[in-house]
Design a protein around this ligand. Structure first.
Ligand SMILES: Nc1ncnc2c1ncn2[C@@H]1O[C@H](COP(=O)(O)OP(=O)(O)O)[C@@H](O)[C@H]1O
Ligand SMILES: [Mg+2]
Length: 252
């Protein structure tokens, strides 16, 4: 089971959009589980038809130590299931930081039963708090969406340093797959100039995701771009990114 965290400590950089489209497209290659651990629950809103009680969301794993298998809900994509988020995740930062097993709950919940998934995608919140560290401890890989306009080298340094700490203390096998430029506009000079400094920290995927209004429209309609505008440039770019991710995982 490959567990890929989609993480960046900034908000609005395309984490959820990337998590949703990677998960939806990976579901064609192998059974996939999308776990939403962001209190904003944006990924959940695309795939959940109705709200469920907090204990049947990822909160059940982090707060009540339930097995992940109890928290899984189907989606309209037959290869894709979801563990949704809830607003109540907001209570958990202080609770987890005071608990002896506070870093391990997501990982333990995922491993309580054998789950039938080839891929697990975790949509992380925009911070490096306890819930995010739970995801790093549970993961095999991290993928970092990066948006030119919001990019900060300090942010990237903090992220890679947190990942290094997790690698050395809890999860030696954790790998950074790379960074993907989102809401990309090749016409701006800054988009090109950014790539080199980023590569001081992590590799940058060849695939880039263009800025396209259809992405925002699709989100408002609670659809993926594959549903809303399957022939769009961004739909093709996310499929290309998926292939690059699969190659990155194979290379190890
Ligand atoms: N490629 C894109 N083109 C245009 N808008 C995008 C694109 N990717 C994301 N967005 C929009 O930008 C906003 C932030 O994206 P989101 O994926 O929610 O970021 P995050 O999860 O990092 O906060 C959303 O309104 C989303 O619809
Ligand atoms: Mg998000």
């Amino acid at each position: 089971m490959k567990v890929i965290c989609i993480s960046n400590s900034k908000g609005g950089v395309g984490k959820t959009t990337t998590a949703v489209h990677l998960a939806d497209s990976l579901a064609k290659d192998g059974r996939t589980l999308l776990i939403d651990i962001d209190v904003q629950a944006n990924a959940s809103s695309i795939f959940m038809e109705r709200e469920v009680p907090a204990e049947l969301t990822v909160y059940g794993a982090l707060r009540e130590k339930r097995p992940m298998g109890q928290l899984i809900h189907g989606t309209r994509n037959p290869g894709l299931d979801i563990v949704p988020a809830t607003i109540q995740l907001a209570e958990l930062e202080s609770l987890l930081s005071g608990a002896l097993d506070g870093f391990f709950r997501l990982s333990e919940s995922l491993r309580m039963q054998d789950l039938p998934y080839e891929f697990v995608i975790i949509d992380c919140p925009p911070n490096l708090g306890m819930v995010t560290v739970n995801a790093f401890v549970a993961a095999t890989h991290v993928l970092v969406p990066l948006q030119t306009a919001k990019f900060s080298l300090d942010g990237l340094a903090a992220l890679t340093s947190t990942i290094k700490t997790v690698q050395s203390r809890f999860n030696q096998g954790l790998k950074i797959l790379g960074g993907v430029l989102t809401m990309y506009n090749p016409r701006t000079a800054i988009a090109h100039a950014m790539i080199e400094p980023i590569q001081e920290y992590i590799r940058v995927f060849d695939s880039k995701i263009s800025r396209l209004v259809a992405v925002e429209e699709a989100f408002l309609m609670k659809q993926t771009v594959f549903e809303y505008e399957p022939k769009s440039r961004v739909a093709k770019e996310y499929l290309a990114l998926k292939k690059e991710v699969l190659r990155g995982i194979e290379k190890g």
